[in-house]
Design a protein around this ligand. Structure first.
Ligand code: CA
Length: 448
């Protein structure tokens, strides 16, 4: 089994590519990254197909497959990656995706004999449009940040912010895959039932407390057969890679509807992910020990392993930014709302997979897990407006003269992610952006 935490020559910080833009210091897609997406040339009638980012270019895997320049597992993976979704490549598991990664790394290295062949398969990212990287069968959202869970819990239960199950069980719920879109998503402000403060009964209308949630997405690679749990030791071999994820949330709808079965319409109207999936292999240099807070109980055995303790966490830096319609009109750059890192998470990606399948639930290639809102230990590291505005009680300034408690129509929210560590080349996730449009008038007050 390939170990996604091990370093090899594909992580060598001295490696440089003949694609010059990949060697620039601020480049998100150096030769050490090589993330996957599904793309085509913008505004064309071309078929969508898989590609791999290098510098400011994309290697077209469908074109590369036609050239037949690679052998065995790499060739098999490139053929699968050239299809209109990455599900087939994901299904083939980490041996094949690692073989593709290694073959492309060698072909893109300075001095490679395959330079001419690969150069003919490049498409500029500035010419590309993206689709969802996979057909997402099922989507599950978790709640892995203890800092987020505590901050939100404190608003509802000041004396008892963290429920007793939190330290034992990775809390999650089944979300909806139909409304997941790739970066650039726009959606109308959701409407639904809300219980106004002090009211005896709910009304219906546009959400007044629309929020974002700063999350990472985890794409499942090879699945498991139904009835067969995935143990911790194998969990990461079932993960293809990670992306940025915005779990847009209507807090007022959620507050009224969530008991006793959890979120429903407050969450399922839109979810935005970044186009690029960074593989676990590329994330290897950014592994960190998984450390429980002082005094916390050890995880139950099915959620515990030595490799998880040694290197189960990943230091992925995350930024959330906002740009209002007025800021766009004035050509002002987005305003950064907060920064945090995934290393603060209370549960690791391996634990999410092991827990999800302990009852025999089958995961399938292309399934998506959300990590839950990522908030760090300090208020400035909060991954939602709910936390940053303290439940809507403290407006925060954005840009020159605007304030927000929750999102307004025309707001664009942008997530960015990257990894950096001494001795490693910085790699990026690109971004995930989405915009709120005004609610559709459904004639709420009309008699039926
Ligand atoms: Ca969430």
């Amino acid at each position: 089994m390939t170990n996604p935490t091990l370093l090899d020559e594909t992580h060598d910080p001295r490696a440089r590519s003949w694609v010059e833009s990949a060697n620039q210091l601020d480049c998100e897609f150096p030769i050490q990254n090589l993330p996957f997406a599904v793309f085509r040339r913008g505004d064309s009638a071309e078929e969508f197909r898989g590609g791999v980012a290098i510098g400011d270019q994309i290697i077209d895997l469908a074109a590369l497959a036609k050239m037949g320049a690679f052998q065995s597992q790499a060739a098999q993976g490139i053929r699968a990656g050239g299809l209109s979704s990455l599900n087939s490549l994901m299904h083939l598991g980490p041996r094949v995706s690692s073989a593709v990664r290694r073959a492309l790394f060698e072909g893109l290295l300075e001095g490679s004999s395959q330079q001419a062949a690969l150069r003919s398969c490049l498409v500029a990212q500035s010419d590309a449009q993206y689709s969802l990287p996979a057909q997402i069968g099922d989507y599950t959202d978790f709640y892995t940040s203890i800092h987020h869970a505590t901050a939100v819990g404190r608003m509802m239960r000041p004396d008892n912010p963290l429920l007793p199950n939190y330290q034992w069980i990775p809390i999650g719920y089944h979300g909806r895959s139909s409304s997941i879109e790739v970066s650039g998503q726009t959606f109308h402000r959701p409407q639904g039932q809300r219980l106004p403060p002090g009211a005896a009964q709910p009304d219906v209308g546009p959400s007044k407390r629309l929020d974002y949630e700063l999350e990472l997405g985890v794409f499942i690679g090879g699945g498991n057969s139904r009835g067969t749990p995935i143990p911790m030791a194998d969990a990461e071999a079932h993960i293809f890679g990670m992306c940025l994820l915005n779990d847009w949330s209507a807090r007022d709808l959620q507050a009224w509807e969530y008991q006793p079965l959890g979120p429903f319409l407050a969450k399922n109207f839109a979810t935005t992910i970044s186009p690029w999936i960074v593989t676990l292999q590329a994330l290897a240099p950014f592994r960190v020990p998984y450390v429980r807070p002082e005094g916390a109980a050890a995880p139950l055995p099915y959620l515990n392993s030595s490799s998880n303790r040694d290197a189960g966490a990943i230091d992925i830096r995350l930024d959330a930014l906002i740009q209002s319609a007025a800021m766009r009109a004035r050509h002002e750059p987005p305003h950064r709302l907060s920064s945090t890192t995934f290393r603060h998470a209370y549960w690791t990606i391996a634990q999410l997979v092991a827990h999800h399948t302990i009852n025999g639930c089958d995961l399938r290639a292309g399934d998506l897990l959300g990590t839950g809102t990522q908030s760090g230990p300090t208020p400035g590291e909060a991954g939602s407006l709910l936390e940053l505005s303290v439940g809507g009680s403290q407006p925060i300034q954005i840009g020159r003269d605007e304030y927000r408690t929750f999102l307004e129509d025309g707001d664009t929210v942008i997530f960015r992610g990257w990894c950096e560590s001494p001795g490693a080349v910085r790699i990026g996730f690109g971004d995930a952006r989405g915009r709120v449009l005004p609610a559709i008038d459904i004639g709420n007050n009309a008699a039926v």
